[in-house]
Design a binder for this molecule. Sequence first.
Ligand SMILES: C[S@@+](CC[C@H](N)C(=O)[O-])C[C@H]1O[C@@H](n2cnc3c(N)ncnc32)[C@H](O)[C@@H]1O
Length: 322
Amino acid sequence: MSYLETTAEFYKEAAKTPQVGLCCISTPPLQFPNLKIPEIMQQMNYGCGTTIHPTELRGNPKILYIGVGGGLEALQFAYFCRRKGSVIAIDPVAEMREVAKQNLQLAAKDNDWFDPEFVEILAGDAFSLPVPDASIDVIAQNCLFNIFEPQDLQRALQEVYRVLKPKGRLIMSDPIATRPIPASLQSDERLRAMCLSGAMTYDEYIYSLINAGFGQIEVRARRPYRLLDTHSFALDTPLMLESLDSVSFKVPIPSDGACVFTGKTAVYHGIDSYLNDRAGHLLQRGNPLAVCDKTAKKLAEKFPEEIIISDSTWHYNGGGCC
Ligand SMILES: C[S@@+](CC[C@H](N)C(=O)[O-])C[C@H]1O[C@@H](n2cnc3c(N)ncnc32)[C@H](O)[C@@H]1O
């Protein structure tokens, strides 16, 4: 069996027997007014963060959700996009698709605004998405792509890029590793399927997105997710996994490199009321301007005495440069 088949087997079991916190830490799902999440969906919350960012859901977007799980996030997306077929959710595991359908029927009983026809559940996998080129506004995946080996991750990202409309968004939540995970753990297919040993480092993860063609990447959250301890994982020192929530935009990569926003700001504190860097940035004295990491570096090098760069907050929600 390949590791992808092991993964499919693993989630077949996880569909038949819901297990709280099976692969990921059990964080409470986002709640919204008049949204009632069935208990079974909460138990099948197999994600490590969230891909629900209401600000990305303006203008009735067409949504594609990869790896439906118990249907929790498909329901949350449908909460914002209440139209028939507005959310397409795919999964290669028949048992998972079936359970997700049942869970959405349950959700319809508890939520009078919800019609299960808002979500279309289709057979399909991340490497061959069952939709035409440039047809989707928002694609989301939670805690799936980290399972893929690097060359498969690149294939999945290229497939996402194919079906996204220009300016479309890829919203992801995945574990990342604070140092490279030893090969012995990476090759453990079951640990990989459990989202515990396939994680890349932050730099590798961001590089994969840029390599697939995404010109702008925004980090929405970064927090501790799971510690691989020395006893259970035969490590010399503990290894912290973090979960990273991000939004990547299908926009051209600028000639000087992609814009990656991690929550940095640039603050001008010179004698004039503002500073114009003649590269498209106007900084009012004392007013933090959100900047991408590339611009932060350039401004720090060019104006070391007049500009302070604040640290990454790992939470960026729009605005600022680029
Ligand atoms: C870790 S679970 C995450 C489920 C859901 N996103 C959530 O947050 O609860 C991974 C999901 O991806 C599905 N999956 C496994 N291999 C896949 C593939 N190659 N393409 C798409 N989905 C896949 C699994 O069946 C499972 O539903």
